[in-house]
Design a protein around this ligand. Structure first.
Ligand code: BES
Ligand code: ZN
Ligand code: ZN
Length: 493
């Protein structure tokens, strides 16, 4: 999708569809300015369209170069937020996709939000809403990849709007890329495939990538990753991504860790069918890390960032790891594996203990880690947990606020010390599962054992995938995390 700014007089804007976002308070003003082009009296429109959030009104104008006009309600001006702006784009995008509209313009509304933020939010909202995954649809005629051109019609602060729109485009494209990786069929998504997709992205956008094979992983002693991989016919990979610009504001890197279980059958503790169905999405954390690295490099953010992706599938097999088995982790700790379906924490623990070698300022892991997270918080937010290195309270506050701002919401769960006791093993340093209670937290307590630096854990099992569309998130993979992380890195000082 090409995006441009335009200042030519509105009547001359030659597009298939003109989207006209309207805050409630300025409805009268807008109708007056549109009056010469209306085929019906403005009162008729006002009867049907009040500018309420998500309300739309469609008409064929007279005397405009644009073929059609869509009024889009933004609700009350004092309640407008970037998230509302993003969400408001979804109904417009729905019409664009349904009518297969090729060229679209959005009239930049007068808003209580600054132009840069507004430009970014509208472009994100539009580009994320028009996302479809149709790679495997045979009937090419049924697929429409979205409009070829999006024009922002700006009268006010053009530079700011342009900056915002450009950033929004890059971030939306990175999020769409993360969605693609998650939606991809497992047959094109071995651990090696996933590593290759990351390498290709790195090559294209000029950041560093290195992929470790099984032999190297063995040499590093990543016993968790190797144990999970043992039932597989495909080798594991460990991918290291890095963006280190000369003008980095941080002297110690921020390390991002993404769970890359490319398919989770549960292993010998096999999942029942209804739980296994969606398990191609068990690498959504890895996808978010790859998408974030791509956006960071394209935006040339002045931050030193490292991405780590332990990847494998988790299957039963002749050599599969078994319940009761004790494994030795990268950190040297021993773990009694009592459930082979709690595999994510095993591969993440190795990545987390390896992350120490970077002397990181902060490590953030993203993982579709527990069904308990979905039970606790549903699809609207990730679970946020953190350890006590540095200022945990401030970190929590920062992430909750960024979550609200970006729409990638996070909700904190408590890391009570007592829950660590649920992971005591009779024969090893710890076991990989607690009981059924507080499952999202015990998983985090397990990971915490492998950290000795400021650390944030985001359990994204719920928000990474939707069965029903939700505003600018179509059903399927959401790309959750990319926008949250990019915003975090962007505001790092
Ligand atoms: N990948 C799953 C968690 C998951 C569940 C992700 C639902 C997305 C949607 C994870 O590996 C898993 O199986 N966790 C177990 C842990 C349990 C055995 C302690 C779970 O949550 O049931
Ligand atoms: Zn599992
Ligand atoms: Zn899993």
């Amino acid at each position: 999708m090409r995006i441009s700014l335009s200042t030519i007089p509105l009547p001359e804007l030659d597009v298939d569809l003109l989207i006209y976002p309207v805050v409630q308070e300025s409805l009268d003003e807008v109708l007056v300015s549109l009056a010469p082009y209306l085929t019906a009296p403005p009162e008729r429109i006002r009867d049907e369209f009040k500018g309420e959030l998500a309300q739309t009104f469609f008409f064929y104008p007279e005397g405009l170069s644009a073929a059609r006009v869509l009024l889009l309600g933004l609700g009350a001006s004092d309640e407008l937020t970037p998230e509302r702006l993003r969400r408001s784009m979804a109904p417009a995008a729905g019409i664009v996709m349904e009518k297969r509209t090729d060229t679209v313009a959005i009239v930049f509304p007068t808003l209580p939000v600054d132009e840069e933020t507004a430009g970014q939010a509208m472009v994100e909202g539009f580009m994320l809403s028009t996302y479809r995954f149709e790679k495997y649809k045979t009937e090419q005629s049924t697929t429409f990849e979205g409009p070829g051109r999006l024009v922002l019609h700006v009268e006010g602060k053009q530079q700011a709007a342009r900056r915002g729109a450009e950033r929004g485009r890059i971030i939306a494209e990175a999020t769409r890329f993360a969605r693609d990786l998650v939606n991809l069929s497992p047959h094109e998504k071995s651990a090696q495939d996933l590593a290759r997709y990351a390498q290709q992205s790195a090559k294209k956008y000029g950041y560093y990538a290195e992929v470790w094979d099984r032999e190297r992983i063995e040499k590093e002693g990543m016993g968790g990753l190797l144990a999970v991989n043992r039932g597989s016919v495909d080798p594991p990979t460990f991918t290291i991504l890095e963006w280190q610009p000369e003008n980095a504001v941080n002297s110690n890197p921020v390390v991002l860790v993404g769970k890359g279980v490319v398919f989770d059958t549960g292993g010998l503790d096999l999942k029942p069918p209804q739980y296994m169905e969606k398990m191609k999405t068990d690498m959504a954390g890895a996808a978010a890390v790859i998408g974030t690295m791509e956006a960071v490099a394209r935006l040339k953010l002045p931050v030193h960032v490292v991405g780590l992706i332990p990847a494998t599938d988790n299957r039963p097999g002749e050599k599969a790891y078994v319940p009761g088995e004790v494994i030795r982790m990268h950190s040297g700790a021993t773990v009694e594996v009592l459930n082979t379906d709690a595999e994510g924490r095993l591969i993440l623990a190795d990545a987390l203990s390896y992350a120490r070698t970077y002397d990181p300022e902060l490590v953030i892991d993203l993982a579709t880690l527990t069904g308990a997270q979905v039970v606790a918080l549903g699809r609207l937010a990730a679970a946020f947990m953190t350890n006590n290195h540095g200022d945990a309270e401030k970190r929590t506050e920062t992430f909750v606020a960024l979550g609200e701002k970006t729409g990638d919401r996070v909700a904190p769960l408590p890391m009570y010390e007592e829950y660590k006791d649920l992971l005591k093993s009779d024969i090893a340093d710890l076991k990989n599962v607690g009981n059924r209670e507080a499952g999202a937290i015990t998983a985090a307590k397990f990971l915490e054992h492998f950290t000795d630096y400021p650390w944030v854990h985001l359990d994204i099992a719920g928000p990474s995938y939707l069965d029903q569309p939700f505003h600018y998130r179509p059903k399927g993979a959401t790309g959750f995390g990319v926008r949250l992380l990019v915003e975090f890195l962007r505001t790092l000082k």
